[in-house]
Write a protein that binds this ligand. Structure first.
Ligand code: KG4
Ligand code: ZN
Length: 342
């Protein structure tokens, strides 16, 4: 069985061909980082236009690399939730058109479930039931994952996503977009204890939520106090940038690790799967490894190419195919997060 999977939820135009093993025959990602760089974040209108330009060449390239033709496909899957409305629609229309033209079934993919499924795909092992931590530019959520498409939300950010905070702080520090990799790099030379930044909800054992907007403001005030709104003109020494980056990163990592451990304790589950762009963070991976090792928790963190948005993780469509979960042409783009599935 061969499924073409499409991913256009945010600013990556991606297509992959997967089999029912599940196995990835080809995975193509066209990044739009160069288009959004000068704005310091994703501009939705630019993202959807770029998807329109790229989706067909990206699909062609995925089929070429997989060595198959359109006629050999058994189904087309598309991430229809959550994401930017205009971006989601491009993938959705492409998928529906192919399904009608080829007379094959349409499968819906939940982008956040797919981020967790990246761990299942990479490990080749059963990972469910597990706690799933999805940390990306748009989401920061903890789930009780009873199966690949059976998720219950345990907690989420009440404001900024972790990746969004990385991107905004990078912008304040004059570092490149996307902010995650550049903050991580700057942090390597910095002292994580140089600044004492807030760790929202960390001591609150009743909540599995996150909040990063106060942390972002704390970084801004560390650059220039509340009385000086022109913080963009402040010239920071390289060591200051490194210390701010390291202290900020440590605060985010403390919150993510702390709440993931609390979710494991509360659910009694012994497996943790971590996916999404921020899961690429080296300091987070190190801390998760240490803490899970100590606690006897089986840890799966998506490998780097499967952390940031890609269509290979759309291999979760295989699970829906097996369960006979197909969609009709009324399938809609759902920009908001689905709280409970399955
Ligand atoms: O999953 P993703 O590709 O897109 C969304 O679904 O949002 O995640 C992108 C986010 C960006 O905010 C980016 O700064 C962050 O992931 N990111 C990182 C790292 N690499 C990417 N954050 C921290 N450390 C990294 N190494
Ligand atoms: Zn994502």
């Amino acid at each position: 069985m061969k499924i073409l999977t499409l991913e256009t939820t945010c600013d990556e135009t991606a297509a992959a061909v997967v089999t029912d093993r599940p196995d990835v025959l080809a995975s193509v990602v066209a990044s739009q980082d160069d288009l959004h760089q000068r704005f310091g974040g994703v501009v939705p209108e630019i993202a959807s236009r770029a998807h329109v330009e790229r989706i067909l060449p990206v699909i062609d390239e995925a089929l070429r690399r997989a060595g198959i033709t359109l006629g050999e496909l058994d189904a087309v899957a598309v991430a229809n939730t959550p994401g930017l409305a205009g971006s989601l629609l491009v993938g959705l229309v492409a998928a529906k058109t192919l399904c009608v033209a080829l007379g094959i079934p349409l499968i819906a993919v939940d982008h956040l479930q797919a981020h967790v499924y990246a761990c299942r795909l990479a490990s080749g092992e059963e990972v469910f039931p597990c706690v799933g931590l999805v940390i990306s530019g748009g989401h920061t959520s903890l789930y009780r994952c009873l199966g690949p498409v059976d998720f219950e939300l345990l907690g989420a950010t009440i404001d900024d996503a972790a990746g969004e905070a990385f991107d905004k702080v990078a912008n304040m520090l004059g570092l490149a977009y996307p902010g995650g990799p550049s903050v991580q790099q700057a942090a390597e030379r910095g002292n994580p204890k140089a600044y004492r930044f807030p760790r929202a909800f960390l001591q609150d054992r009743e909540r599995l939520d996150f909040s990063f907007s106060g942390l972002k403001t704390a970084v801004r005030y560390a650059i220039a106090g509340p009385g000086r709104p022109d913080f963009t003109r402040v010239r920071l020494a390289p060591q200051q940038v490194a210390d701010l980056a390291a202290s900020f990163q440590e605060a985010v990592v403390d919150c993510l690790v702390g709440k993931a451990l609390l979710a494991l304790e509360r659910t009694g589950l012994r497996v943790l799967c971590v996916g999404g762009g921020v899961a690429a963070n080296a300091r987070l991976r190190q801390r998760l490894g240490e803490e899970c090792g100590r606690g006897g928790i089986r840890l799966h963190v998506a490998p780097l190419p499967l952390c940031t948005d890609n269509a290979a993780m759309g291999a979760i469509a295989v699970e829906r195919y097996r369960a006979g979960l197909f969609e009709d042409l009324g399938l809609d783009a759902l920009p908001g997060m689905v709280r409970k599935t399955g």
